[in-house]
Ligand binder design. Structure first.
Ligand code: 5AD
Ligand code: SF4
Length: 455
């Protein structure tokens, strides 16, 4: 806190605006909420206009090359600010890119305009780095390999007042052969149960109704404790907290899904009917090359079991196209799995080689045109299934937590069903943060349209 006070004394009304852009996953979004909290406490004010800002923070992602390229592109444009003495903004880079040795090297060597660099595991150091920079005009770098639970999270500046992300663990031990995350975020570290409960109780007291538990692989929560506890035990404890009406979580690894977790969707009052379960590929050969450690049969079995026990659940996934050596037969197996599992929706990605991972050393890259063709066939199939499933919901009544005014039409509100489907409906903005019952009257591939029938 002291550093925040010292910062507060240094800044003044004319130079206290910060702009923050977040790339990548919910973890990064949540990290940005923490950065925003510290800056707000120190007296900075957030702006969405990069030109009028005094401090620019880019919270970066390394998962695919295009995520990094966007940052390099923007950094190039930001050079103009350093040439102009009257508009000399402080530029800070954080997130996953500084955690990778090769990107860190490029950032430090090629982009002289960067003043402060910190990583995913050193967010708490930002006020100190900023203070040093302002006081001594000293470029600052602070990166740490793994997360240290010792550091005190001061708070978060939440984007919504009715829902919040809650970190339950950091890092990943799985080393899927294509993935950079274990290198950027380090090994798995679970947050103590009591600490999570305290945070969620505090959120409930402040009016938060929905929490989303975050971790790269929430199903292995607690495995690193001396006395291990399971993810379903954590859910059971959180389900008891008064005021929290909806609990969601992401992401799950299929290798760690337990029967107990599948049953939790029935046995717990507040666990919402949505499971995000990345499959990546439907081919056993490719799954093995990816080091995913489950088979397509095991995956399909989990999906069938989950749907049988929870008929109203939605199951979503991540699928990658063009992993090295992927043949037409392998890809057909992915399409076949999609037909069997009938996902409500999916994130689809084109494989992107990440230096330092095992897959990046594989030589049998798939031709670009073939990848593009497969990607289109895959998304066509996914959209066809999503539309069919959404149309089936016309006429049903869904309980929806109202999130915000629709981005495309300000007469409409937007929210999610229990199963995380997007719903748009007419309504007044004072309903934001409240539950409404909505009758579904229309559907397209990506969203439902409804009418409020009662509040
Ligand atoms: N290339 C493409 N997609 C990737 N993902 C992870 N690493 C890569 C990569 N190198 C995808 C996976 C993961 C999601 C978050 O990003 O599908 O589940
Ligand atoms: Fe990456 Fe695999 Fe860990 Fe997910 S489980 S973060 S894909 S290494």
């Amino acid at each position: 806190m002291n550093k925040l006070h010292s910062l507060n004394r240094l800044i003044n009304e004319d130079s206290n605006k910060y702009f923050i852009r977040t790339y990548g996953c919910q973890m990064n979004e949540h990290d940005s909420e923490q950065i925003a909290f510290m800056l707000n406490k120190a007296g900075f004010k957030r702006t969405e206009d990069i030109d009028e800002s005094d401090l620019i923070i880019l919270n970066t992602c390394s998962i695919r090359a295009n995520a990094e390229n966007k940052v390099y592109g923007l950094l190039g444009q930001l050079k103009k600010y350093k040439k102009d003495k009257n508009n000399n903004k402080i530029i800070a880079i954080c997130g996953c890119m500084p955690q990778r040795e090769s990107s860190l090297e490029e950032l430090t060597n090629k982009y002289e305009n960067i003043d402060i660099i910190f990583g995913t595991n050193t967010i708490h150091k930002f006020p100190e780095l900023l203070l040093n920079y302002i006081n001594e005009n000293r470029k600052e770098i602070a990166v740490r390999e793994s997360f240290n639970l010792e550091y005190e999270v001061l708070g978060y500046s939440y984007l919504y007042s009715h829902k919040a992300f809650v970190n339950i663990m950091y890092g990943c031990n799985n080393f899927c052969t294509y993935c950079i995350v274990p290198f950027t975020r380090g090994r798995e570290v679970s947050r103590p149960l009591e600490e999570i409960i305290t945070e969620v109780k505090k959120l409930a007291k402040n009016g938060v109704k929905e929490i989303t538990l975050l971790g790269q692989n929430v199903n292995s929560y607690g495995n690193d404790f001396d006395k291990p506890i399971s993810f379903s035990e954590l859910l059971k404890e959180l389900d008891k907290i008064e005021g929290i009406e909806q609990i969601r979580f992401m992401t799950s690894h299929p290798k760690d899904i337990s029967d107990k977790l599948i049953q939790s969707f029935q046995s717990l009052n507040n666990l919402e009917r949505h499971l995000h379960l990345p499959v990546q590929s439907g081919s056993n050969r490719i799954l093995k090359e990816m080091n995913r450690t489950y088979s397509r049969e095991k995956y399909i079995d989990i999906v069938n079991k989950t749907r049988k026990l929870n008929p109203d659940i939605s199951i979503t996934t991540d699928i990658m196209v063009g992993f090295p050596g992927e043949t037409e037969e392998d890809f057909e197996e992915t399409l076949d799995l999609v037909r069997i599992c009938e996902f409500e929706s999916a994130f689809t990605f084109i494989y992107s080689p990440r230096e330092g991972t095992k897959a990046a050393k594989m030589e049998n890259f798939v031709d670009k045109d073939i990848i593009n063709d497969r990607f289109k066939r895959l998304t066509d199939l996914l959209y066809e299934i999503a539309l069919k499933k959404n149309i089936k919901l016309i006429g049903s009544v869904q309980r929806v937590l109202v999130d915000e005014i629709s981005k495309t039409n300000d007469e409409y509100l937007n929210g999610r069903t229990s199963s995380f489907l997007n719903v748009n409906f007419k309504g007044e903005k004072d309903l934001i943060g409240k539950f409404v019952n909505v009758k579904i009257i229309d559907a397209n591939t990506f969203a439902l349209e409804g009418e409020i029938i009662d509040v």
